[in-house]
Design a protein around this ligand. Structure first.
Ligand code: SER
Length: 597
């Protein structure tokens, strides 16, 4: 069976059982609380809580779909044989009333969901029963054990008890996603010990996030009508059926992987896998309207593409690779996903390639400013300009990279990964900061991007304030998050509205000039002589960085002692706005600056 056969047979199977077939929704979800679509259930969430009526939209209370999904959770694992960012999820869903008699396609619950799951796996896919095991929820605090599912598997299907594993809330309880929502116990089907199908019984409504639920702080209420939500990853399923350990050997990924290996045989396996995954994902994202940018889903796409482009530079890969892979992907998936038959996708990729080449050039210019570079600084260049370690090592003057070694760079990378994972968790209730200099705070890439923009804007702000209000303006403190920059300064009176406006206009004028942002590293005394602003001289180390915004240190609009990091060009800031100015003490005032879009 090929992936095409599986998609078809899955939808057919559930159509024969009264399901309406719903097309995959876009990877860009309607729900603004999530960045990208991560599961089949995403587009159906409103039907579980009675917000939308499935009878009106599908003519049935049950639907089946093959959904395009994208998850960043495993992005650092991509390159091995199994982890992917983009994947397809087969799913069947039921909303509400199992006893409804208003036509075919009433809702259904555990008996049908389990029986059909089993039948599809064993009868349609032809997987031998001996390879199948399942798991069932064993209960947690006041949530009871799922005796019903256990009984169905054991008594109705006839699975022996040793094939039914019991598991807790971590593994066998789904949701809620977001701050509240439907959730419930799950039963999972395993083949050869690999989880292939997650069947969720949406029985409850939880009034808080999953973390709160796990911590015992949430309330569960039975939903009026329970629902079914199932998900089965297509790539993994194909691999399991064929007995492949390697997802890239399946017919889903093999054509792309083979083409990459043919055009660039010099690539290590790990790199060609990353390229296969990232290019395929990028094409699907672009087809749904994502464009590379510095925020949110655009930033995810940019990172995928830039990683591929950096590997191309590093491994000297022929230019037409992206075009060839686009064609292979379009031909392989275009029949099922016609949105891929669009040559504009290639234009988007091409434009990003041009931008990346410019960024690489600025990265190299930045690299030239170092007399010596360490792991942390090399990682900064990698993060900010996309300069991979190998390119830094290869292209810098040998003295500069004398002390730079892979281990330090990797350690920096790991630190960053750990923090960035913590950052992602924070979005869902955990805590963690990806960037915390005391002054700058961000807990994920998107926030980091805004913080850098506001940080550079704050330098422009101080320079503009000195021009408008006078040279006696001195920074008294500053604190920057993704939402706002706080800048404290000394001034004896309230600035007039027209002064505030003038400062704001001046900042935006400089932004529009797109001045580059650079720095030099100097001994403290020398740095002070450049006219750069500093805050408390005592608190700086012997050698300091002077960040300047302008074409050279001499004619810069702004110069300040600063540890960075900053954006590389002023235009990246976008539009800056002064949201508030208030007194916070005798002669000390506080300005709040925000990004206007
Ligand atoms: N929502 C569940 C999952 O993503 C089942 O589809 O696994």
């Amino acid at each position: 069976m090929t992936s095409e056969d599986i998609r078809k047979s899955f939808l057919e199977f559930f159509k024969e059982r009264g399901h309406a077939v719903a097309p995959s929704s876009s990877l860009i979800p309607d729900d603004p609380s999530v960045l990208l679509t991560t599961a089949g259930v995403q587009q159906f969430k409103p039907y579980y809580i009675g917000k939308l009526d499935p009878m009106k939209d599908f003519g049935a209370r049950r639907v089946a779909s093959v959904q395009k999904c994208f998850r960043t959770t495993d992005i650092d694992e991509v390159g091995d044989k199994t982890h992917l960012t983009f994947f397809e999820m087969l799913g069947n869903f039921a909303f509400g009333d199992p006893d409804a008699t208003d036509g075919i396609g009433a809702g259904y619950f555990k008996t049908d969901a389990i029986r059909w799951g089993y039948e599809y796996i064993v009868n349609v896919l032809g997987i031998d029963v001996s390879r199948v095991t399942v798991s069932v929820f064993h209960g947690h605090k006041e949530i009871p054990k799922d005796i019903e599912s256990y009984r169905i598997w054991h008594k109705e299907i006839g699975l022996p008890e040793e094939k039914i594993k019991l598991a807790g809330i971590e593994d066998n309880f789904w949701g809620p996603t977001g701050n509240e929502g439907p959730c419930g116990p799950t039963t999972e089907i395993y083949v050869d010990g690999i989880e292939v199908w997650n069947i969720v019984f949406n029985e409850y409504f939880c009034d808080k996030s999953r973390d709160e639920l796990l911590a015992g702080n949430a309330n569960l209420k039975k939903l009026d009508g329970p629902g079914i939500d199932t998900g089965m990853g297509l790539e993994r399923l194909v691999a399991v059926i064929k007995g492949f350990e390697d997802a890239y050997e399946t017919d889903v990924l093999r054509p792309i992987w083979e083409k990459i290996n043919e055009l660039a045989p010099q690539l290590p396996d790990r790199v060609s896998r990353i390229m296969t995954d990232h290019i395929r994902s990028s094409i699907f994202l672009i087809a749904d309207g994502v464009v590379p940018s510095n925020k949110e889903s655009g930033y995810i796409l940019r990172r995928l593409l830039r990683r591929v482009l950096a590997y191309q530079v590093q491994h000297d890969v022929h230019d037409d690779l992206l075009k060839s892979i686009f064609e292979v992907t379009r031909d392989k998936f275009g029949i099922f996903y016609p949105e891929l038959k669009n040559d504009d996708i290639l234009n988007v990729i091409e434009q990003e390639k041009i931008k990346f080449q410019t960024a690489i050039a600025s990265g190299l210019a930045e690299l030239k400013k170092y007399e010596k570079i360490n792991g942390q600084e090399a990682f900064y260049l990698y993060e900010t300009f996309g300069l991979p370690y190998e390119i830094i090592k290869e292209l810098a003057v040998s003295d500069v990279v004398k002390d730079l070694n892979r281990k330090d760079f990797d350690n920096e990378f790991k630190k960053h990964q750990a923090i960035s994972r913590a950052g992602v968790e924070k979005k869902f209730g955990g805590h963690g900061l990806i960037l915390d200099t005391g002054e700058l705070k961000a807990s994920n890439q998107e926030e980091m991007d805004k913080v850098l923009r506001l940080h550079t804007a704050t330098h422009l702000l101080q320079a503009a304030m000195r021009l408008v209000l006078g040279d006696e303006i001195q920074q008294k403190g500053s604190d920057i998050t993704a939402e706002r920059a706080r800048f404290d300064y000394n001034f004896p009176r309230k600035p007039l509205p027209e002064e505030i406006k003038k400062i704001e206009d001046l900042v935006n004028e400089v932004i529009q000039k797109d001045l580059p942002v650079g720095f030099v590293e100097l001994p403290k005394e020398e740095a002070a002589k450049t006219g750069a602003l500093f805050f408390f001289k005592e608190k700086y180390p012997e050698k300091v960085k002077v960040y300047y915004i302008g074409h050279s240190l001499e004619d810069a609009f702004s110069k300040e002692f600063c540890g960075g990091p900053h954006v590389s060009h002023a235009l990246t800031i976008g539009k800056f706005k002064i949201a508030k100015d208030e007194s916070i003490g005798a002669g000390v005032r506080r300005i709040r600056g925000i990004l206007d879009k």
